[in-house]
Design a binder for this molecule. Structure first.
Ligand code: GLP
Length: 258
């Protein structure tokens, strides 16, 4: 049985509206708590959100001066300078364009000699920063969050993981060839993510509709990692109409007030 009643759902007209909505939630959170600790995600989904945040910063409406960030994951084997690393992605999409202090931006080290040690260091850094206040998530079409693939335990922590063939294929669009996509990653665990005080999961497009519906309305099950979020007390799904299309009662929750 699902805990849908625990989940806030906002359905926006399209990707741009969803991006504006998520950005305004993040901007409001920074305005309320300037020393906020943000958990950040990579992928196509948050690109519009980061664009909006950069825009708000350039308009003088948003300062990252006291913000700390922790990214969810990184490919094992790619260094920070590698163009397809998640560190590069974050620099290009957000960090290089706002006034965040580089020393307060954290992405797992994909070149760590010992990923288990790196996982522990990363967890300790999150704790030392006071824990994550607001975590932004995307979702894989198989229901993964960060790189927690189906089967990831609810109490999993930051660790090295194998990527499923479907995730490698999905992410191959960012690489010249599928053979170049790393097969291993270091990722925050489900247990790590569940400790964030507040979570926003953003999903857009028909390809996410099944995973979104099963995550919100299915049972909590390791085969759909995002379903664990039903057990978190403060999760908001921000969806476009396509990603929401397999939810029941969608017409009662459409929110155009972005
Ligand atoms: C990746 C990331 C996730 C992301 C997901 C969806 O593999 N590790 O953090 O949420 O895939 O990506 P996209 O937003 O490009 O669909």
């Amino acid at each position: 049985m699902s805990n849908r009643a625990n989940t806030n759902i906002v359905v926006c007209d399209d990707f741009d509206a969803a991006s504006r909505h998520v950005a305004s939630r993040i901007a409001n959170a920074i305005a309320t708590t300037p020393k906020i600790v943000l958990g950040l995600a990579t992928g196509s989904t948050p690109v519009g959100t980061y664009r909006e945040l950069v825009h708000l910063h350039h308009e003088g409406k948003l300062s990252f001066a006291n913000v700390t960030t922790f990214n969810l994951d990184e490919y094992i084997g790619l260094g920070p300078e590698h163009p397809q690393s998640f560190r590069s992605f974050m620099q290009q999409q957000l960090f290089d364009h706002v006034n965040v202090d580089a020393r307060r931006t954290h992405v797992p080290n994909g070149l760590a000699d010992n990923p288990a040690t790196e996982g522990k260091i990363y967890e300790d850094s999150i704790v030392a920063a006071g824990g994550i206040d607001l975590q932004l998530l995307g979702i894989g079409s198989n229901g993964h969050i960060a790189f927690n693939e189906p089967g990831s335990p609810r109490d999993s922590r930051t660790r090295a993981v194998d990527l499923t063939p479907s995730t490698v294929e999905a992410n191959s669009r960012f690489f010249d060839s599928i053979d170049d996509v790393p097969k291993l990653a270091i990722t925050m665990g489900i247990g790590t993510i569940m400790e964030a005080k507040q979570i926003i999961l953003m999903a857009c497009g028909q390809g996410k509709a099944e995973a979104v519906a099963r995550s919100i309305e299915g049972s909590v099950d390791e085969s759909i990692p995002a379903s664990h979020l039903q057990l978190h007390g403060d999760v908001t799904y921000v969806l476009d109409i396509q990603a929401a299309s397999k939810l029941s009662a969608i017409d009662t929750i459409v929110n155009r007030d972005v």
